[in-house]
Design a protein around this ligand. Structure first.
Ligand code: GTP
Ligand code: MG
Length: 211
C-alpha cells in the first residue's frame, strides 16, 4: 500500500512506531532545503547555514500503521556541529547528501559513511541523495557515479531536487520502509517464539496425569 501523508490539522500524538532519521552531508549540499520541501513543500534560493541542528516531525501511514517520523537536520559546517554521539546512536536511519554540482561533496560522502560506521548502531540503514539534480548544466557528478558509490556501501540511491521536489518523498519513504521492514520482522519473530513457547507449554500440560 502506498504511504499517505496526513494534513497537519489531523495530527494527534498517537502512533504505532517512531522512527528517527538524520540528514548528513557537507555544507550547502541542500539538507535544510530538502527537509523544508518535504515538510512544507517550500523552497528558497537563499542560503542560511544551519547552526547546531533542527528537528522536524511528520506522521505517515504505511501499511495501516501510523508512523511518527522524526528527521534531524544537521550542520554541514564543522564549527557549527554540536551533534553528540548519543544523537547518532538514537537514529535508525541516515540520509547522506551530496551536491551533484560539487565533486568535493561527493568525495566526502566516504567520510560521512565512516562517521556513521564508527558511531551509529550497526542495525541502522542509510541512503545517499545526489541533490540539486535540477542544475543539469552545472553537473559534475554523473548519475552512474552516484549509483556506483551507493552500491559499494549497499545503500539505495536517489538523485533529488529540493527545488522541484524530485524523488524526495520516494527516497525518504524507501528508507522508512527499509527500517520498518526490520522492526516488523523482529516483532513477528518475537511473536512466533511466544506462540512456540505456548504450544510447548500446552503439550506438557496434556501429558500430565489428570488426577
Ligand atoms: P548547511 O546548513 O550549512 O549544512 O547547508 P545545507 O546543506 O543545509 O544547505 P541548504 O539547504 O541551506 O542549501 C544551500 C543552498 O543551495 C541554498 O541557496 C539553496 O537554495 C540551494 N539548494 C538546495 N537544494 C537545492 C536544489 O535541489 N536545487 C537548487 N537549484 N538549489 C538548491
Ligand atoms: Mg542546513
Amino acid at each position: 500500500m502506498e504511504p499517505t501523508i496526513e494534513d497537519e490539522s489531523t495530527i494527534i500524538e498517537d502512533y504505532d512506531e517512531k522512527i528517527k532519521i538524520m540528514l548528513l552531508g557537507d555544507s550547502i549540499v541542500g539538507k535544510t532545503s530538502l527537509l523544508r520541501k518535504y515538510i512544507e513543500n517550500e523552497f528558497s534560493p537563499n542560503f542560511i547555514n544551519t547552526v547546531g541542528f533542527d528537528i522536524q516531525i511528520k506522521f505517515l501511514n504505511i501499511n495501516n500503521k501510523r508512523i511518527k517520523l522524526q528527521i534531524s537536520d544537521t550542520a554541514g559546517q564543522e564549527r557549527y556541529r554540536t551533534i553528540s554521539k548519543s544523537f547518532y546512536n538514537a537514529s535508525e536511519g541516515f540520509i547522506i547528501v551530496y551536491d551533484i554540482t560539487k565533486r568535493e561533496s561527493f568525495v566526502n560522502v566516504n567520510n560521512w559513511v565512516e562517521q556513521i560506521k564508527e558511531i551509529a548502531p550497526n542495525y541502522s540503514k542509510s541512503i545517499i541523495f545526489g541533490n540539486k539534480c535540477d542544475l543539469t548544466e552545472m553537473r559534475e557528478i554523473e548519475i552512474d557515479e552516484g549509483k556506483e558509490l551507493a552500491n559499494k556501501f549497499n545503500f539505495k540511491f536517489f538523485e533529488t531536487s529540493a527545488k522541484d521536489g524530485t524523488n524526495i518523498n520516494k527516497g525518504i519513504e524507501s528508507l522508512v520502509k527499509e527500517i520498518l521492514g526490520d522492526i516488523f520482522s523482529v516483532k513477528s519473530s518475537q511473536k512466533e517464539t511466544t506462540v512456540l513457547k505456548k504450544k510447548k507449554h500446552n503439550k506438557v500440560k496434556k501429558s500430565e496425569p489428570c488426577c
